[in-house]
Design a protein around this ligand. Structure first.
Ligand SMILES: Nc1ncnc2c1ncn2[C@@H]1O[C@H](COP(=O)(O)OP(=O)(O)O)[C@@H](O)[C@H]1O
Ligand SMILES: [Mg+2]
Length: 284
């Protein structure tokens, strides 16, 4: 059985400077492996090389140096290409086709048997929330809807490895939550996902591992928990506690457990949760 879905070794990409400009080193000696079933997030500021890395992985750009293996093979092979779905930074949509027509086109491209096309297309439209809007030409879609149509194209193909370049960029919190849920749904179905983002909060909720990219290099990689959990520090969430008795509690913890209280805070919701709850309440 194949262990790694993606293996990148010592990858380097220079862009030629136009008109005597200096060459740009966009990816610098980068190595990365993604395991089957993993969701891997590439986090990095604008210009750090995320898009270049993804285009190299997809075989849309040619590496200056280094190696890329997908399912142990080259992405140039058609049998490998068939197993990958890609959402580029800018979705290329056929502006005069509706979502339904677009997906029909992609179903043909992906060799989905005719008799399965209808249900697959309807399922994908439901998953990305475009069923109601399926007959409208895609030029009338909002940015979020276009992004979701891009994702539906991937679902139609049903690939084993999904590569998404900034899938939530430019979306409101509800749109980006929905995309995160689609990513988690892919993971549940055993798919492997590599996606990029320049926003920390986007990767926290969905990734098993992350890599932080800076000037073409992966400068930090690891499991989310390894990176975020503080050593030997725990937080306790209490309900029905009388805050007036805080010092008593601290004394007990000190005396019986030799534990020092570092901070006591009211529990908070995230602004994203408040926003989504409010909008949902007013929508129903
Ligand atoms: N076609 C190109 N020609 C020359 N330089 C490019 C090209 N595309 C990207 N770059 C440069 O490569 C670096 C990485 O860009 P990119 O991969 O788009 O980063 P990110 O997706 O993280 O924003 C940047 O310095 C960018 O200006
Ligand atoms: Mg980019």
């Amino acid at each position: 059985m194949e262990e790694h879905v993606l293996d990148v070794k010592n990858l380097v990409k220079f862009y030629k400077g136009l008109g005597g400009l200096k060459k740009v080193l966009a990816v610098d000696q980068l190595s990365l492996s993604v395991k089957k079933g993993e969701v891997y997030g590439i986090l990095g500021p604008n210009g750090s090389g995320k898009t270049t890395l993804m285009k190299l992985i997809m075989g849309l750009l040619f590496p200056s140096k280094g190696q890329i293996k997908i399912f142990g093979s080259s992405v140039k092979k058609l049998s490998i290409k068939k197993r990958i779905g890609f959402l580029p930074e800018e979705a290329y949509l056929y502006r005069f086709l509706s979502a339904e027509e677009t997906l029909k086109f992609f179903a043909e491209l992906a060799d989905v048997p005719r008799r399965e096309q209808k249900t697959r297309i309807a399922d994908a439209l439901h998953v990305v929330g475009l069923f109601e809007a399926r007959k409208r030409p895609s030029r009338t879609y909002s940015k979020g809807m276009s992004r979701r149509l891009g994702l539906a194209q991937i679902l139609i193909k049903d690939p084993d490895f999904v590569v998404l370049d900034e899938p939530t960029v430019g979306l409101d919190p509800i749109g980006s939550r929905e995309i995160k849920e689609i990513i988690l749904g892919l993971k549940e179905r055993g798919k492997t996902v590599l996606f990029s983002s320049h926003l920390l909060s986007e990767v926290e909720m969905v990734c098993d591992r992350i890599g932080i990219m800076h000037k073409g290099k992966l400068v930090l990689t690891g499991h989310l928990n390894e990176l975020l959990l503080r050593k030997n520090e725990y937080s306790l969430v209490l309900e029905g506690f009388d805050i007036g008795r805080q010092s008593e509690l601290e004394q007990v913890l000190q005396k019986s457990f030799h534990a020092k209280v570092i901070s006591v805070n009211r529990s908070r919701e995230t602004m994203e949760d408040v926003f989504i709850k409010t909008i949902k309440k007013h929508a129903s």
